[in-house]
Design a protein around this ligand. Sequence first.
Ligand SMILES: [Zn+2]
Length: 55
Amino acid sequence: MRGRPDPSTDTDEDGPAACPYCGGTNTEREHPKGPSLCRSIHYCNDCDEPFEAMG
Ligand SMILES: [Zn+2]
């Protein structure tokens, strides 16, 4: 079903990833050193924990 934008499903690729620990979006994207480009490393400023996110 398309045509009705839902603000609760905002999946902007350039937006901050949601932290899997606290669910917040006070996160930063980090640059991975490895060749796994299908994943991106993010860092939660609230939890002080890094986490992986697809895309
Ligand atoms: Zn967090």
